[in-house]
Ligand binder design. Structure first.
Ligand SMILES: [Zn+2]
Length: 107
């Protein structure tokens, strides 16, 4: 049985036996390959759920109601700002912030 290890930054899987715990980089995202719990970051599903419950503030919904349509650029900008702020606070990596696409609520 292969010993599979999953990159906590991008979910890339590799052979755990080939990882030197102290000096390994993920071949997919180049972040330090570390699968210890204390370095855990948020998954995209968690970030999208939290974004959708907190980041659509009343002012955006009100302005959309006034305009009569969904303000896609404003929603996308909000998503970008939200992920950037999570990245600054260490909840998501730079790779995640750069590579994640908008959730469907921003389309
Ligand atoms: Zn990775």
């Amino acid at each position: 049985m292969p010993n599979l290890a999953e990159c906590i930054w991008c979910d890339f899987e590799m052979d755990g036996d080939k990882i030197d715990e102290h000096d390994a980089f993920c071949p997919n995202c180049n972040e330090g390959f570390n699968y210890h719990e204390e370095f855990e970051v948020m998954t995209k599903a968690q970030v999208v759920a939290s974004f959708e419950s907190f980041a659509f503030s009343d002012d955006l919904l009100l302005s959309e109601a006034r305009q009569g349509f969904r303000d896609v650029p404003a929603r996308s900008e909000r998503w970008n700002n939200y992920v950037d702020s999570l990245n600054k606070d260490g909840f998501v990596t730079g790779w995640q912030a750069y590579n994640w696409t908008h959730p469907t609520t921003c389309d």
